[in-house]
Design a protein around this ligand. Sequence first.
Ligand code: 6PG
Length: 251
Amino acid sequence: MPAVPDIRIHRDSQAWAAAAAEFVLEVGKEAVRANGRFLIALSGGTTPEILYRALTSPAFADRFDWSRTTFFFSDERCVPPDDPRSNYALAKKALFTPLNIMPSQVYRMVGESHDPQAAAYEYEQQLRLATKIAPSARPSLDLVLLGLGEDGHTASLFPGASILRGRQHLIAATQSPKDPPNRLTMTLAAINRASVILFLVTGAGKAGVVRAILDPKTEAERQLPAALVAPEEGRLIWFLDQAAAAELPIR
Ligand code: 6PG
């Protein structure tokens, strides 16, 4: 039975960022209490920046011991780590550096690789090693952060991509209609294993696609990549601001 999404709507991006930061700390504290560590995958795009700013602000920065956290990425653009389009570059500038996160705590996807397939395979091996799971098993991260594109893509899983039907790989090299074209991404097989999947979506520009994912009317909408995110055992949470939730049916 697919997890019923828990949809949380906040009046504006500031309230949204504070609530999202509170939620991340809550999941982190629970993971450290239960397993002695917190395994989190960061999403790409621009939306996470407001969350990072909240987590590194005086209101939150000292409320969690980040030293037991291991950071992964839900996806990456195939660009160098200092490229302004790099998801790692944003996280380094707005989260890792302000929180003094050690490089050993961060597993970044090697976007600058000239062989994305090999980089995807390499990252999958690292993910397995870092999460200490058996070769045949699939890791279950404590928290996977995801964004949402206006075409219904999430991570770097784009509509119609063949990888959406695959189940064997955890990490894949994909093509994006958005710049930059070459991407590395977690697959649904990796994402849907998470204990908590958190969609972070703000802004009026996303209202239409949010409605399509959370209140689908057609089979095409049900097949959008973000609609295929369904945790096998975990929780599915959507953090929206009012602008992004504007077309959802009144609950
Ligand atoms: C990426 C992303 C992508 C992103 C959405 C939303 O690397 O591009 O992971 O899935 O989350 O495109 O992007 P914005 O947050 O910039 O709207």
